[in-house]
Design a protein. Structure first.
Length: 326
């Protein structure tokens, strides 16, 4: 590592450690700003070469980007990269500490994510992120969403039939990321988004195929069927069955609360109609019940004195009968 670089940045604390590098919270001595500083460790094997390529790729990608929710590139070199520091927690940490998110919060985060992805896909040379997952999503102290780590992102080029390298995270990666299904494209990120959103609202590990299949078939308790349907469309195995773009997902996310409200309103109306029908049946029963009750009461009023009289006569006869046996 160039000593000039080490002198420029004062390392404050370790943020994370990988196989070939470390990430630090550091301070730029020149301007005083906090940065995230990634520094490679030369392991002398193939892993180091891949890590070096990934670091260079991240720097090249970030040079193209300027958008809210994407950290700015501050500085880079052969074995390091410095980016804007985003204070907050990763979504992976938040889910680990607090469990699954409430649907409303997951949708808010999801809407910000597809806005960022939509920007990447809408560039003159579209960027495919390829590694969307909770550990790469930072929820800032102001609750804003930031997408970090662009080491495996790639520029989409029309006409190419395959990726040069197949990368992604098991469970979140789309089928085409495993090769032989054509180059990755915006719909690849849409699949990763769907799996990420599923984990947000369910807490399911995307590597658990059985749990994922069960959630797709039976839904997730406490999650609206409308949102589950949206997620299901994102994670279709055939990319042609998925949403066509992030703008389409965003529109669906903005629209779905009204669909939920409409469904609940219909349920209330149906319940009201059922209650009205039941009330009508009861009222009809009461209409027949009231005359019957009046008849019984009148009949009892007339009969009871006669019954009392008969009982009195019977009592006297019994007493007379017993008197005979004394």
């Amino acid at each position: 590592m160039d000593n000039m670089v080490l002198h420029r940045y004062k390392r404050i604390k370790l943020l994370g450690r990988g196989g070939c590098g470390d990430a630090f919270l550091a301070r730029d001595r020149a301007g005083g700003k906090l940065v995230t500083l990634k520094i490679l460790r030369d392991t002398g094997d193939k892993r180091y070469k891949k890590a070096s390529e990934s670091l260079k790729n991240e720097a090249d990608i970030l040079k193209r980007l300027k958008f809210k929710g994407i950290p700015r590139l501050i500085d880079c070199g052969e074995e390091y990269i410095a980016t804007e520091y985003i204070p907050g927690k990763s979504l992976f940490t938040i889910i680990g500490e607090n469990g699954r998110l409430k649907e409303k919060e997951a949708v808010r985060i999801g809407t910000e994510l597809v806005t960022i992805l939509g920007y990447l896909h809408g560039l003159k040379e579209p960027v495919i992120y390829r590694d969307l997952k909770p550990s790469n999503i930072i929820l800032g102290n102001d609750n804003a969403v930031t997408l970090i780590d662009y080491g495996v992102a790639r520029v989409y080029r029309e006409g190419e039939t395959t990726d040069s390298t197949y990368l992604g995270t098991c469970g979140f990666a789309a089928p085409e990321q495993y090769g032989h299904l054509g180059q990755t494209d915006p719909k690849t990120d849409i699949y990763c988004f769907g799996m990420t959103l599923l984990q947000m609202v369910s807490g399911i590990n995307p590597k658990d195929d059985v749990a994922v299949s069960r959630a797709k078939e039976a839904g997730v308790r406490g999650v609206s069927p409308e949102l589950m349907s949206l997620i299901d469309k994102c994670i279709k195995p055939d990319r042609e069955d998925r949403f066509k773009s992030c703008d389409e997902i965003k529109a669906a996310l903005m629209r779905y609360p009204r669909t939920v409200m409409f469904r609940k309103m219909i349920m209330v109306i149906k319940a009201g109609v059922a209650a009205a029908c039941l009330s009508a049946v009861i009222s009809a029963g009461m209409a027949y019940y009231t005359p019957a009750k009046d008849y019984v009461q009148e009949d009892a009023r007339k009969r009871i004195p006669a019954v009392k009289e008969r009982l009195g006569v019977a009592r006297i006869r019994i007493e007379e009968y017993l008197e005979e046996f004394k």
